[in-house]
Design a protein around this ligand. Structure first.
Ligand code: FPP
Ligand code: MG
Length: 343
């Protein structure tokens, strides 16, 4: 891989077409979309407007797709999914979206999925309440599954999301290369929700513990890989393509893999980057530009790509116990799509 490829966010050359690999669940994804846009809690026009602001821009719907594909790949007969799987898919996206609405308040972000954030367009207070409303909608969905094991799994996810954010907040501008802590934070922030979805789908299908465990491992490793790529795109991507501000991790003092690989070098690049972070120079335009340049020219990107690939490999291994099907193929291609994504 050339540095140029990495800089444009491309990790491997052949990028699968997301539309094609989601084709086997096209009808179900449409049902999910309708469900997401229906209001389960309150149908007043202003609430409609708030939710419209959140869902108008779409989003990639990776989490619902993962739930549907694992549902179909683990069902008997293969490919059969019912209403409960649709609800599971919807609630997973609702929790994700709610957490982003809250995250944008914490980050004072103005742009999300190419649209103004709720906090920017309305206010922080209304954004907190909109996030809460989405969590409430997710709880209604969860109750409809009537499965206490899945309620427990998603309850844990809500705690994990908060734990991840709290950890990140407490570590701002702290120069650390504690990889275990970095991966743990990625699990809390991102992978736990992926794993909840991919694990709960075979639970609904009454699959064996082996299949459930493997699907959990797939979601967990894919989620860690997703977060590492997210951290990479913050360094290599551009705001227009991402639909959110690029470079914002460093500006906020959030130290992720691309920076950590440089910080653990015992050389002048590591020293310069440490100084830029500790003095909070990274909060200025010139400071963050200098820090990004240090990361790019000292192997931070290539090493991060390798790390993402390690977790991608683990996710792929976890798929081997599934019976061959077009759904398993899509779960496999999704790993490659994730490694090549630029948004
Ligand atoms: C995006 O991270 C944020 C998350 C993955 C999770 C945020 C979770 C919370 C704010 C807690 C949610 C609250 C409850 C009640 C469960 P990022 O800032 O790295 O990504 P970004 O660049 O897309 O903003
Ligand atoms: Mg954020």
């Amino acid at each position: 891989m050339s540095t140029q490829q990495a800089l444009t966010g491309s990790i491997i050359t052949a990028s699968p077409d997301l539309g094609l690999l989601l084709d086997p669940i096209k009808d179900e994804l449409e049902q999910v979309e309708k469900f997401l846009n229906s209001n389960l809690v309150d149908d007043s026009p202003f609430i409609e407007e708030l939710l419209g602001q959140v869902f108008r821009s779409g989003g990639k719907r990776i989490r619902p797709a993962l739930v549907l594909l694992t549902s179909k790949a683990s069902s008997t007969p293969r490919g059969r999914v019912g209403r409960l799987h649709i609800i599971l898919s919807v609630l997973t996206e609702l929790i994700h979206t709610a957490s982003l609405v809250h995250d944008d308040v914490l980050d004072s972000a103005s742009l999300r999925r190419g649209q103004e954030t709720v906090n920017r367009k309305f206010s922080d207070k209304l954004a907190v309440l909109t996030g809460d409303l989405l969590f409430a909608q997710a709880s209604v969905c969860l109750s409809r599954l009537m499965n206490p094991v899945i309620v427990g799994i998603y309850g844990q996810v809500l705690g994990d999301l908060c734990a991840g954010e709290i950890r990140q907040m407490r570590q701002q501008f702290v120069v650390s290369t504690d990889w275990d802590a970095y991966i743990q934070k990625s699990v809390w922030k991102t992978a736990s929700l992926f794993a909840a979805g991919t694990q709960s789908a075979p639970i609904l299908n009454l699959c064996t513990d082996n299949v459930i465990g493997d699907m959990k491992a797939y979601g967990l490793n894919l989620g860690i890989c997703f977060q590492i790529v997210d951290d990479l795109l913050d360094v290599t991507g551009n705001s227009l393509a991402l639909g959110k501000a690029a470079g914002s991790d460093l500006t906020h003092g959030v130290i992720t893999a691309p920076a950590m690989f440089v910080l653990e070098r015992n050389d002048s690049a590591a020293q310069k980057l440490t100084r830029l972070i500790k003095t909070k120079d990274v909060t200025t335009e010139a400071g963050v530009a200098e820090a990004l340049e240090i990361i790019r020219s000292n192997g931070g990107i290539e090493a991060t790509v390798d790390l993402a690939r390690q977790y991608a490999r683990r996710a792929r291994e976890a798929l081997t116990s599934l019976q061959p099907s077009q759904y398993r193929d899509s779960l496999d291609s999704l790993i490659d799509w994730l490694l090549t994504r630029t948004t």
